[in-house]
Design a protein around this ligand. Structure first.
Ligand code: TYD
Length: 207
């Protein structure tokens, strides 16, 4: 563990509502007097924004190992320059996506071994694991309906076929089952306020 801070991550498929829950959790923690750093991967740093543009918007093929390394490079720079300093200051870091996303998404392509992807991420991040990871679990069809209701253009991963998203969901649930003490799994179809309350309750227990 780094410093006196608290590292919290939010995971789940696209359209599960991570951003809304991160905002509500930040408001609650700030109200309780904590200093909160809200951040995300990919793209939580200046370098990361450049990498994010490649992994999400490059047209055409990116070799799976190259893609995994790009996410890992983003992660390495972000953890060293943003997350560890914040934790050393004693802040709470609320991060949208972390290494579980790499295992679930890059592993779901069925080319890379999920255990290798995880080891790569851990190497990149100097072994840092969150104190708590909230998995917003949602049926990919329901997530798709939410994304369709937004008028943002789809990025490369959002445009993947539905069986890919089903594999991502299964992978996230398996990760949560393997580390129940790190994960809180919530049903992302529940009303926003109910979800926020369940998340606050678990966060309060690790504060
Ligand atoms: P996200 O920032 O949540 O997208 P948006 O802001 O458009 O909602 O995530 C972008 C995509 O990156 C998402 O589809 C999952 C993917 N991703 C990976 O494939 N591997 C990773 O390691 C990470 C962090 C994200």
């Amino acid at each position: 563990m780094t410093g006196a801070g608290l590292f919290l991550t939010l995971e789940g498929g696209d359209g599960a509502g991570k951003t809304t829950q991160a905002r509500l959790l930040e408001e609650w923690l700030t109200g309780a007097g904590r200093t909160v750093v809200r951040t995300r991967e990919p793209g939580g740093t200046e370098v990361g924004v450049l990498i994010r543009d490649i992994v999400l918007h490059h047209r055409g093929h990116v070799a799976p190992r190259a893609e995994a390394l790009l996410y890992a490079a983003d992660r390495a720079h972000h953890i060293e320059t943003v997350v560890r300093p914040a934790l050393d200051r004693g802040d709470v870091v609320i991060q949208d996506r972390y290494l579980d996303s790499s295992v679930a998404y890059q592993g779901a392509g069925r080319v890379l071994d999920p255990a290798e992807v995880r080891d790569l991420s851990l190497w990149a991040a100097g072994g840092l694991l969150p104190r708590l990871t909230v998995l917003l679990d949602l049926d990919p069809a329901a997530a798709r309906a939410r994304l369709d209701a937004d008028d943002k253009p789809f990025d490369r991963l959002e445009a993947e076929k539905s069986d890919f998203h089903a594999r991502v969901r299964t992978a996230f649930l398996a990760l949560a089952a393997a580390e129940p003490e790190r994960f809180l799994v919530v049903d992302a179809a529940l009303p926003v306020d109910e979800l926020a309350a369940a998340i606050r309750e678990r966060v309060a227990s690790v504060l």
